[in-house]
Design a protein around this ligand. Structure first.
Ligand SMILES: C[S@@+](CC[C@H](N)C(=O)[O-])C[C@H]1O[C@@H](n2cnc3c(N)ncnc32)[C@H](O)[C@@H]1O
Length: 443
């Protein structure tokens, strides 16, 4: 039995790394590395993924313990996104001369148009995060992460969205800074838009009272503001579409959420369904069902273009504002995946009430969202990821992630005839499913 917590963590890490290494050697796959040729973390079986999660949890705690209290408070670096943003903005991951795997800072500077000194400083900073490496002084080469950026457009779109839309909303690099007094009496400028929004609009439930509104100097919601720029709107939708299929967010989890086969010839509506990935997944597995994907006009146009032809007759797209009464009456299931977290309770309740005129006896509303864990029921590493989504919703939409108490209260407030039938969280899924039934007045 290890004598200290640090020793206990170290042995847990060693034990689980042994399992992962034994697995890669058994499967004859290359060991995990930063090598440019390394693929994204291989999708292991469940047991190996569990070992990987233990290592991530334990290294996170051990790292924090080794930093100590002051180190923990001072180590999170707000500067990381500067290099990531510059890499994306100036296309540095793709600025290698044709056919070459290595490039000098000068070569990257002349291809990207960014000055050599900036390129050197930015890339050397990124290298400390293992994005690019410098195998010989002055020569830049790819690591697995920079190679991924160079070759994968959706990843670049996601990073662009984080760096140019969300980061300003969180930390604030636009809008008007205000000055305050530090504890030592020195005046300094503060740029922190989400916190500034809390001060400016205390307790507001308005979606236009967020860090995003201050940072981008707009009084529109994120969705309306982005829709004014085709580039920003497309980047948001593509980034969401890519992100929402990532680890733990795979669309296939929807297949386990209900007994879909029991809905013979049923109709399913995906409210705010974006490009329709959920319906495509369900349609491929349940040939007797029909699907309607609803979203904003600009999203619907792109969704129609991307729909696989063979599903044309069973998946249709419909423009619909989910604050208006639901036009598809009598469907069997209304899915809301990652919708309500964008909105404060006041607006989430409006969305739920707008469904009511369409609900038939026995209809189901299927919520697919994060269910925040009870405090302490998960490891800080995992809980941080979920609570970080909560901060993202706050900075972007003045929205929120919810725990089970919040979800229950939301449905009761929307209408007491909504009742929760079941809550599940499929293995490996970061999102839970809340199956909600509708009780008509007579029942
Ligand atoms: C966070 S995304 C979720 C998309 C999709 N359900 C998923 O899980 O990937 C929110 C979606 O709501 C849509 N949306 C925002 N406001 C809307 C409105 N008033 N009416 C309909 N859709 C809206 C957005 O266009 C976007 O597709």
């Amino acid at each position: 039995m290890p004598a200290t917590r640090t020793a206990e963590l170290a042995s847990r890490i060693a034990e689980n790394i042994e399992r992962i290494d034994a697995y890669t050697s058994l499967k004859d796959t290359p060991p995990v590395s930063f090598d440019a040729s390394a693929s994204d973390f291989p999708l292991y079986d469940q047991e190996i993924d569990a070992a990987r999660q233990v290592v991530l949890d334990a290294t996170d705690e051990l790292h924090a313990l080794m930093l100590g209290p002051v180190g923990m408070l001072t180590s999170p670096s707000h500067n990381f996104l500067i290099s990531l943003q510059a890499i994306c903005r100036f296309g540095l991951a793709n600025a290698f001369p044709d056919g070459k795997d290595e490039a000098t800072f000068d070569e990257i500077a002349s291809i990207s148009g960014l000055g050599e000194s900036y390129v050197r400083r930015i890339l050397r900073h990124a290298m400390t995060y293992r994005i690019f490496c410098e195998p010989r002084k002055g020569l830049v080469a790819h690591t697995s992460a920079s190679k991924h950026l160079a070759t994968d457009l959706p990843t670049r779109q996601w990073i662009g969205m984080i760096a140019e839309e969300m980061w300003p909303a969180a930390a604030g690099v636009g809008g008007a800074p205000y000055s305050t007094e530090s504890e030592s009496g020195l005046a300094y400028l503060i740029h922190k838009q989400t916190v500034e929004a809390m001060v400016k609009w205390p307790g507001s439930e308005e979606p236009t009272h967020s860090g995003f509104n201050l940072a981008h100097n707009t009084s529109e919601t994120v969705f309306a503001a982005l829709s004014r720029s085709p580039m920003r709107a497309e980047r948001y939708a593509a980034a969401m579409s890519w992100f929402s299929t990532g680890p733990g967010l795979e669309m296939t989890h929807i297949l386990e959420a209900l007994r879909w086969e029991s809905l013979v010839d049923g109709v399913v509506v995906d409210v705010g369904g974006s490009y329709g990935s959920i319906c495509v997944t369900l349609a491929r597995n349940h040939p007797s069902l029909k699907f309607i994907v609803q979203d904003r006009p600009e999203v619907i146009v792109a969704g129609r273009q991307q729909l696989p032809q063979e599903l044309d007759d069973r998946v249709t797209f419909l423009e619909h504002d989910f604050f208006d009464d639901q036009p598809v009456r009598g469907a069997d299931v209304y899915i809301l995946r990652w919708i309500l977290h964008d909105w404060s309770d006041q607006y989430a309740i409006k969305i739920l009430r707008a469904l009511i005129p369409a609900l038939k006896e026995g209809a189901k509303v299927l919520i697919n969202e994060i269910i925040l864990p009870e405090p302490g029921s998960s490891t800080p590493y995992h809980e941080r990821k979920l609570r970080s989504f909560d901060m993202a919703m706050l900075e972007f939409h003045n929205g929120k992630e919810r725990d089970m108490d919040d979800w229950r209260q939301l449905f009761i407030s929307a209408d007491p005839n909504y009742h929760i039938l079941g809550v599940t969280q499929p293995a490996g899924s970061r999102l839970g499913f809340i199956e909600v039934g509708w009780r008509t007045a007579e029942t």
